[in-house]
Ligand binder design. Structure first.
Ligand code: UDP
Length: 235
């Protein structure tokens, strides 16, 4: 399936495929945190994240959310539509954690009265600064119409994922989405996995996501595997 290597990111490699307009994404076990300052590997992460992302993209597609997902190829590879990635990361938060806790001095775990949406400029040299809708407009990162679609889609994804994860006994605390331009439309791209979400066990509060790696908690492979096992039970 894989033809030419296109590029390598922190957690994935992208290749052309035999089919024009479709790319092969390979999920790696590499993990990075704190802007690349912390590096490591999480055993079998690529295999588990490939499966989790596929499950979630399929679930969202079935609910009418357009995504880049085409199909799983094998344990580490999926086939996706080739899109032009919009250089804006969209974060949705249901509960205070991570950078929001730091920035606003709020205690981690504090429920938010409604979902909070944030935008970050995908730019390594600038260390992905938070931006608002005016910054995005003046930098020409997305049109106001595109941004509106991204924001509304992110909130819709949140409304779908909160009850889905709840059935799996997991609170989805926050997550990050990326979008791409495809045939004049904006569709969901990148991945949705424990690398890009905060997922806490609903009963115990145990972290089942990349914070185990960021905070040296250990047990990353088991936590990621547990998320997959539980999602398979509800999707
Ligand atoms: N996130 C991500 N990639 C990034 C930054 C954040 O996937 O480059 C996810 C992160 O896993 C969490 C959410 O977005 O689920 C919010 O992250 P936050 O802003 O709290 O940043 P952090 O403190 O994790 O760096």
């Amino acid at each position: 399936m894989k033809r030419d290597f296109l590029y390598e990111g922190k957690a994935k490699r992208v290749y052309t495929s035999a089919q024009p307009g479709l790319l092969v994404v390979e999920y790696k076990d590499d993990a990075t945190a704190f802007d690349g300052a912390k590096r490591g590997t999480i055993e079998s992460k690529g295999i588990v994240n490939n499966r989790i992302s596929a499950l979630l993209f399929q679930y969202l597609e079935a609910e009418g959310v357009a995504t880049h997902f085409e199909r799983l190829i094998d344990e580490r590879h999926m086939l996706v539509k080739q899109v032009e990635i919009v250089p804006v990361e969209v974060v949705v938060r249901n509960t205070v954690a991570g950078s929001l806790s730091q920035r606003l001095g709020l205690e981690e775990g504090t429920p938010l009265p409604g979902a909070v949406v944030e935008f970050y400029y995908k730019n390594d040299e600038l260390h992905d600064p938070m931006v608002n809708e005016d910054h995005i407009r003046v930098l020409n990162l997305a049109t106001p119409e595109e941004l509106e679609v991204m924001k509304e889609t992110a909130l819709r994804v949140n409304r779908l994922l909160v009850p889905l994860f709840a059935r799996a006994g997991i609170d989805i605390i926050d997550f990050k989405l990326e979008f791409g331009r495809y045939q004049g439309r904006i569709i969901l791209a990148d991945e949705i996995s424990p690398d890009t979400c905060r997922l806490w066990d609903s009963n115990t509060g145990v972290k089942l996501d990349k914070d185990r790696f960021r905070r040296d908690l250990g047990g990353e492979p088991e936590a990621y595997q547990e998320v997959l096992r539980r999602l398979e039970g509800v999707i």
